[in-house]
Write a protein that binds this ligand. Structure first.
Ligand code: NDP
Length: 336
């Protein structure tokens, strides 16, 4: 059972000295449990937080433990009445080839309904994040301008497509020309701006002639600063992620801009609300119904970036923190 353990907490960008591939035993399956062979491992930005000891909304992974992660796999042995050998399941098997999970924590997947990989992508946690954050906090109205950062990624691509369906002007922000092209051509955004361009602020202002009513925040950093210069009165900002800061080891150098920022929140009467997708778990059934229909009807498109082999997980995860992924990042751990 090849597995990747968190050997040592990273400072800055994690690498193979922090995340070590080792051979472990295939775990024993107890009563009520299921032994699962991993097919897809989902790689997600939140994993950087789990590697850190800093207090957060979920406990850190212990040093020496297998890294956590959402997985799609196939049942090898079941000691739970709801599962049989060969069933496809969604679980949290982590960065390894075989895992034992409580049957009650698994969800059975029907490969006839949708490709099984989508259970950790557009029909899973990232898709739900987009849906919940936009509907519950962003509340975009017809004719408004919605901006989303990390626009070509797992969450961003879905945010923009839902906002388009609601009749908004949708502007993406991404870090590469091909990503910007894809966001406009494949996902139907009205415009997409590359934040790495020298005149990014100017391009963003031109793409948002009526200002910004909803900003779906995925990154922080210079994108957030540029957006704040363009927000309209009563703008809503679902604070979903801050990936530009996940490898930070300290505060940025001054000057302290917090008073100016608080002033802007007051004068513009902004709503900024942080959320973790599970806060809206009561909307999960609505999401499954709506998103399945949108995919079936071709209203929502998606792209997955599948990297072969557990041994490539660490470099793929580094790539995710550097924008190398093209769509929802998955590791193909075993055959499907
Ligand atoms: P993506 O598929 O979007 O991949 C991450 C992308 O982030 C990269 O491809 C890169 O795109 C961008 N990025 C990386 N570094 C920077 C940087 N320094 N500045 C700007 N952009 C950067 O990941 P997800 O869609 O899975 O996640 C997107 C965000 O949503 C993350 O912040 C994540 O933490 C958050 N999230 C929050 C959840 C919640 O419950 N609150 C749940 C799920 C995700 P580019 O080339 O454009 O730079």
């Amino acid at each position: 059972n090849r597995q990747i353990i968190l050997a040592k907490r990273p400072e800055g960008m994690p690498d193979e000295s922090n995340l070590v591939l080792q051979e472990g035993a295939v775990p024993e399956c107890g009563d009520g449990q299921v032994l699962v062979r991993t097919i897809y491992l989902s790689l997600d930005p939140y994993m950087r937080g789990r590697m850190s000891a800093a207090k957060s909304y979920a406990a850190s992974v212990e040093e020496g433990a297998v890294m956590e992660g959402g997985t799609v796999g196939q049942v090898v042995e079941s000691r739970h009445p709801d599962f049989n050998q060969g069933d496809y399941v969604l679980g949290r098997g982590g960065w390894q080839e075989y895992s034992v999970e409580q049957g009650k924590a698994l969800r059975k997947l029907d490969p006839a309904q949708a490709p099984i990989s989508t259970a950790v992508g557009v029909l899973g946690m990232p898709g739900f994040t987009a849906y919940a954050g936009l509907e519950e906090i962003g509340k975009p109205q017809k004719g408004e301008t919605v901006v989303v950062s990390a626009a070509a990624g797992a969450v961003g691509q879905v945010v923009g497509q839902i906002a388009k369906m609601k009749g908004c002007r949708v502007v993406g922000v991404a870090g590469a020309e091909d990503k910007c092209r894809q966001v406009v051509e494949a996902y139907g955004f009205d415009a997409c701006v590359n934040y790495k361009d020298d005149d990014f602020e100017k391009q963003l202002a031109e793409a948002c002639p009526n200002g910004i009513d909803v900003y779906f925040e995925n990154v922080g950093g210079k994108v957030f600063d540029a957006v704040m210069g363009l927000v309209n009165d009563f703008a809503r900002i679902p604070v979903c992620g801050r990936i530009a800061h996940y490898n930070d080891t300290g505060l940025p150098p001054g000057p302290d801009r917090l008073p100016a920022f608080m002033g802007k929140i007051l004068v513009k009467r902004l709503l900024l609300k942080g959320f973790i997708q599970f806060d809206y778990i009561h909307r999960a059934a609505d999401f499954q119904r709506d998103m399945s229909a949108w995919i079936r009807e071709g209203k929502v498109k998606y792209q997955e970036d599948v990297v072969e082999g557990l041994e490539n997980t660490v470099s793929a995860f580094q790539g995710l923190l550097q924008g190398k992924n093209r769509g929802k990042l998955l590791i193909q751990v075993g055959e499907d």
